[in-house]
Design a protein around this ligand. Structure first.
Ligand SMILES: Cc1cc2nc3c(=O)[nH]c(=O)nc-3n(C[C@H](O)[C@H](O)[C@H](O)COP(=O)(O)OP(=O)(O)OC[C@H]3O[C@@H](n4cnc5c(N)ncnc54)[C@H](O)[C@@H]3O)c2cc1C
Length: 319
């Protein structure tokens, strides 16, 4: 047996889990099938600038997350963005709503996860195919294995011989297609973001130039989950209705200079678990934003840390 922990999933929850294990002096490897880690804190480079195409921002509610956020603020990886978004409906803007501070980044949210992962052993662009009792990943045994990802993705790799883990991974997730539209100039009112009410097309619009701090004329619009679900096989089909709704909500009549759609089949869990994580007798743990919702970056971070703490003492009695 390798005296090692194996974390499948290099999103915020997996990296947070691995960080705790590494800080406890345990050997740990993180594997992610993406070319870059970050998961749904994804960034796409468009016109030589980063655009957040997954999560829009993060909020902070508890001191354990504030601690790492303070480190990101200190090194200027993150900055406070805004506590006030506009509220809109299909006919236009109807007011503003103030809430918690939303934090953003200059380089894209993924840069935070790359920072959190510094010094960790990473296997990128490499997929885990099967997790079996042992626990083992693709035939290699470990002291403990963490699956840090949406439940349906965990179900894809969990062997039938792990029924408790499979049962804990079940549950509905909803999709979201993000539409990224760039313009020649800022052809919409002065705002940071818009919660869109009563629209079957749009739920949220972010002004990416404002959140990034460079004022580039770029919007990211999140399609309604029902519309996103209808076009999962052809995400570009949401572009035309989204652009029409942007005209209604923000009065934009200009055509974008570029527009792309990014589909998230598993954007957020419909009913997150109450618990922070799952860890069974098998030594296979589950964490992510499906645990102790609401589905947020902060919840995923805390879930990963909680699982990491629970796993950190595994296998030490036998040593
Ligand atoms: C459109 C959208 C908007 C959002 N907006 C916000 C927001 O504004 N604020 C907020 O706080 N949260 C937001 N969220 C939610 C936030 O992104 C998530 O809560 C958080 O990023 C989840 O992190 P995670 O580590 O649990 O999962 P993920 O980020 O999904 O990471 C899972 C990782 O596992 C990898 N993986 C899966 N299967 C395998 C395998 N077999 N082998 C190897 N690797 C594998 C994937 O490649 C992925 O990198 C948003 C999400 C979406 C999609």
């Amino acid at each position: 047996m390798n005296e090692e922990f194996f974390v499948v999933g290099g999103g915020v929850s997996g990296v947070a889990c691995a960080r705790v294990l590494a800080d406890a002096g345990r050997a740990v490897v993180v594997r992610d099938r993406g070319y870059r880690i970050g998961g749904r804190m994804a960034v796409k480079t468009i016109d030589d600038r980063p655009v957040d195409v997954g999560a829009s921002y993060f909020t902070v509610a508890v001191p354990a997350f504030q601690k790492v956020v303070d480190q990101w603020l200190d090194v200027e990886l993150a900055h406070p963005w805004t506590d006030t978004f506009h509220v809109g409906e299909p006919g236009g803007l109807i007011g503003t709503r103030t809430g918690p501070m939303r934090y953003a980044t200059a380089l894209g949210l993924r840069s935070l996860i790359e920072d959190l992962a510094l010094g960790l052993a990473l296997e990128q662009h490499d997929e885990a195919a099967e997790v079996e009792p042992g626990p083992s990943v693709d035939g290699v045994r470990y002291t403990g294995v963490a699956l840090a990802m949406p439940g349906p993705q965990a179900l894809d790799v969990l062997a039938d011989s792990l029924p408790a883990e499979r049962a804990a991974s079940s549950g509905m997730w909803e999709p979201c297609t993000a539409v990224i539209a760039t313009y020649d100039s800022r052809v919409w009112p002065d705002l940071d973001g818009v919660f869109v009410n009563d629209s079957p097309v749009l739920t949220f619009i972010a002004d990416d130039g404002r959140r990034r701090g460079d004022d580039a004329p770029v919007l990211v619009a999140h399609a309604h989950p029902v519309l996103s679900a209808r076009h999962l096989d052809d995400p570009d089909a949401v572009i035309t209705p989204i652009l029409a709704e942007l005209e209604g909500v923000l009065g934009i009549t200009a055509s974008p200079s570029s527009v792309i759609a990014k589909r998230w089949s598993l954007a957020k869990p419909v009913n997150p678990h109450v618990e922070h994580y799952f860890l069974g007798e098998s030594g296979v743990g589950l964490c992510g934003d499906g645990w102790h919702g609401p589905s947020r970056i902060e919840s995923a971070y805390l879930s990963g840390r909680a699982l990491g703490r629970a796993m950190a003492s595994m296998g030490q009695d036998a040593a």
